[in-house]
Ligand binder design. Structure first.
Ligand SMILES: Cc1cc2nc3c(=O)[nH]c(=O)nc-3n(C[C@H](O)[C@H](O)[C@H](O)COP(=O)(O)OP(=O)(O)OC[C@H]3O[C@@H](n4cnc5c(N)ncnc54)[C@H](O)[C@@H]3O)c2cc1C
Length: 418
């Protein structure tokens, strides 16, 4: 940005610099738009000497490609991360088993487990290094007014900034969504995801392992040092009880829930670190756009973590938004015209809805009740059908036909200069 630039007027203002908002700001700036980002809290520097954080995510290959284009993935790969090539899904009641191996689908890996803090910090560093993005932090939005030419953002500090497009990336409890008057379908699962890092006697062999049980799934995700990050979905009262247990009692319950795994893994658990629990909900916004504004990431949709898709969906929104705006500009159209934003809305909302409802339905199969035989039949059918497994993997890795070009390996420069 030149020194003479008007610092109160931008093409795009992004609210929220979590993993999704920061990626949006970086990519939109790289695509040639003038961008400001408003964030309430500066991310803490990532400290590799610190134990692994409680919040980790499985990043699909599509997401790592998007983060590479946003200038963050190289930094992530220099720090703690664990690529995995195998995913195992088990059913508690039977030896029914689904296994996905990256090579059988022509993939080098199925995903990479990374701490959320590291990704957010790497993106923040990328924004600072790019220099062209105006970072307003700590700052919050006090109010919005929009007309057909753009949106005026009133900041808590009293300053006003104008933009052609406002991007709401301020997470599940998005104030921007509320200010825009966008309603949501909301489903409280009455469950919490208990998370923590555990050490198993036999180190995690680099496998993302998940077991479906009545009451909620249990996942062990591989970390670089052979330990595992767990997500154990339990009814709320159960989750609260698990948090209260001493380490030895917790380990005993966890071992019991995970006992009898394929290849006898996870087996014995030696230790566990601090634990925390997060409420599990599904939220689907009735629309992703309002006048001169769009929602992305958890501000637009929240899904149950059993398929590890929340932030991946958010990064696909970002890639889809960048693609929509850049292609419109290439065609000589205004990238901020209502019809361009509505097309983005239809595209990304239908994709997120397929995923959210798919996960919702899958979860329904695992609530206590009479569905055990149906579940076993379903897993058995999928296990025998390569086509079904391939379709699942394409979507989970962000490489399906409807995915944005940046998730399917295109570089941003390919979009800008075909
Ligand atoms: C237990 C659990 C496990 C999960 N595992 C996975 C997984 O394996 N894979 C996966 O893809 N997803 C996973 N998810 C989902 C994933 O964590 C979320 O989808 C992701 O963190 C959402 O990112 P976001 O940037 O949209 O929102 P957030 O991370 O919520 O970021 C929002 C940002 O906006 C800022 N902000 C908020 N309000 C304002 C405001 N008014 N003004 C300015 N700034 C504001 C916040 O400070 C924050 O930085 C999991 C979720 C849970 C609960």
């Amino acid at each position: 940005m030149s020194a003479a630039r008007d610092r109160s007027r931008f093409d795009i203002v992004v609210v929220g610099a979590g993993m999704v908002g920061a990626a949006a700001a970086a990519l939109l700036s790289r695509a040639g738009f003038s961008v400001a980002v408003i964030e309430g809290r500066e991310p803490a520097p990532f400290d590799p000497a610190r134990p692994v954080g409680l919040r980790v995510s499985a990043f699909s290959p599509g997401s790592s490609d998007i983060l590479a284009e946003a200038g963050a993935w190289r930094q992530v790969e220099r720090q703690r991360h664990c690529a995995y090539r195998r995913m195992v899904v088990e059913d508690r009641d039977e030896a029914s088993l689904l296994t996905f191996d990256a090579p059988e689908f022509g993939l080098e890996r199925l995903g990479t487990i990374v701490e959320n803090d590291l990704v957010q910090w790497s993106l923040w560093q990328s924004l600072l290094a790019m220099g062209g993005v105006e970072i307003l932090c700590p700052e919050r939005v006090a109010g919005l007014t929009s007309d057909d030419s753009g949106t005026r953002v009133r900041l808590d500090s009293g300053r006003d900034i104008d933009c052609r497009l406002l991007v709401g990336a301020d997470g599940a409890n998005s104030e921007i969504r509320q200010m825009l008057g966008i309603s949501q379908e909301y489903w409280d699962y009455g469950q919490q995801g208990v998370v923590g890092v555990v050490e198993t006697e036999t180190p995690n062999p680099g496998v993302a392992w998940q077991r479906f049980m009545d009451g909620g799934p249990l996942a062990f995700l591989p970390l670089e040092d052979g330990t595992s990050s767990i997500v154990w979905s339990r009814p709320e009262a159960e989750a609260a009880r698990l948090l209260e247990l001493g380490d030895d009692e917790f380990i005993a319950e966890l071992e019991g829930a995970a006992a009898g795994g394929a290849g006898h893994w996870p087996g014995r658990i030696l230790s566990c670190g601090p634990r925390a629990a997060f409420p599990l909900t599904m939220r689907l916004s009735e629309r992703y756009t309002a006048r001169q504004a769009v929602l992305v990431g958890d501000a637009a949709h929240v899904v149950h973590p059993l398929a590890g898709q929340g932030v991946n969906l958010g990064l696909l929104d970002v890639a889809g938004l960048v693609e929509s705006l850049v292609l419109a500009r290439r065609e000589g159209e205004s990238p901020f015209a209502a019809k361009i934003l509505q097309k983005f809305d239809r595209w990304r909302r239908s994709e997120a809805e397929v995923m959210a409802r798919g996960i919702h339905g899958l979860r329904g199969l695992f609530t206590p009740g009479e569905l055990g035989p149906l579940r076993r039949l379903g897993i058995g059918l999928v296990a025998r059908s390569w086509t079904a497994r391939e379709a699942f993997i394409r979507r989970a890795t962000g490489r399906n036909r409807n995915a944005p070009a940046l998730a399917r390996g295109s570089a941003l420069t390919d979009l800008l200069h075909p």
